[in-house]
Design a binder for this molecule. Structure first.
Ligand code: PTJ
Length: 261
């Protein structure tokens, strides 16, 4: 569907169209549409902008990826539909491997996502070749299928837009987990080492830019940044940001769009 440029929510609708198209092409799971809608609702609470607390979370996440030995970025259907070029570029900047790991796994979807990532410039994609499949014992569903060269051996895993079980399983397996999740109260957000409460649509391009700057820092400087970080405190900052924004709106800042009718 063509979205008219003058539609007040044109950008948001175009992003929705990407998810819908992705679903028709088997890239996105049907449940991915529901996940997207949930994300949109939380994004309203952020004012659909990146708050300072998310900028800090993004900086720490990059520092963690840059100082890790075997970083892996896990790709699901929503990420492949929303920001394929960006995720490929970000993996390159942080020297992370890309691995397809799906909750609603099927060969058809793995193939569709592989094509999307290849078109976006990815040369090596893990999680595809059954020769390298291993299982993460902590998990009972299909996300347990991981690549021996990737998530199985990783010390740091970025799991954007994720369901909670795997974050818990990865933590129990001794890995550091970074997530990007608009819901600061999700199990993933609470279980991750670093939670970025932001829309992947904004977070990943911003992280690409920031990664160029952080790559100039020494490993000791990056480690110092990480050591000073506390995910619970950081989530509290996000919740404070959301609640004070709502309070300000409730106490008079809410503009009446009908006042000039
Ligand atoms: O492609 P698959 O098979 O691996 O399935 C992927 C989905 C997303 C369907 C699966 O992981 C799932 O069901 O996830 P959940 O449990 O719905 O969690 C998704 C989380 O991502 C929710 O907390 C949403 O608020 C959040 N979210 C949705 N859209 C965005 C987002 N966070 C950041 N940016 C978004 N654009």
């Amino acid at each position: 569907m063509t979205i008219p440029d003058n539609h007040p929510r044109a950008e948001s609708l175009r992003i929705r169209e990407r998810i819908i198209k992705g679903m028709h092409e088997k890239v996105v799971a049907e449940a991915g549409l529901i996940a997207h809608g949930r994300g949109e609702a939380y994004d309203y609470l952020l004012g659909e902008k990146t708050p300072d607390c998310a900028k800090k979370q993004q900086e720490i996440a990059i520092a963690m990826l840059l100082t890790s030995k075997n970083p892996v970025i896990s790709v699901n259907g929503n990420i492949a539909a929303l920001c394929p070029e960006e995720i490929v570029q970000f993996a390159e900047n942080t020297e992370a491997s890309l691995e397809i790991n799906l909750f609603y796994r099927s060969e058809e979807r793995v193939k569709a996502i592989t094509s999307v990532l290849e078109e976006a410039g990815a040369t090596t994609i893990l999680g595809v070749d059954p020769k390298y499949h291993e299982t993460l014992e902590e998990l009972s569903h299909l996300r347990r299928i991981v690549d021996v060269r990737g998530i199985y051996a990783a010390d740091v895993v970025l799991v954007p837009l994720e369901d909670g079980d795997r974050t818990m399983a990865l933590r129990r397996a001794g890995k550091k987990v970074i997530t990007i999740d608009l819901n600061p109260l999700s199990r993933t957000s609470l279980w991750a080492n670093v939670t970025i409460v932001n829309n992947v649509i904004r977070a990943i391009p911003e992280m690409i830019e920031e990664s160029f700057k952080l790559k100039e820092k020494s490993s000791d400087e990056l480690k110092e940044l990480i050591n000073d970080f506390d995910n619970y405190q950081s989530l509290q900052e996000t919740l404070n940001f959301m609640s004070s924004r709502l309070r300000e709106l409730a106490e008079g800042k809410l503009e009446d769009p009908t006042k000039n009718l």
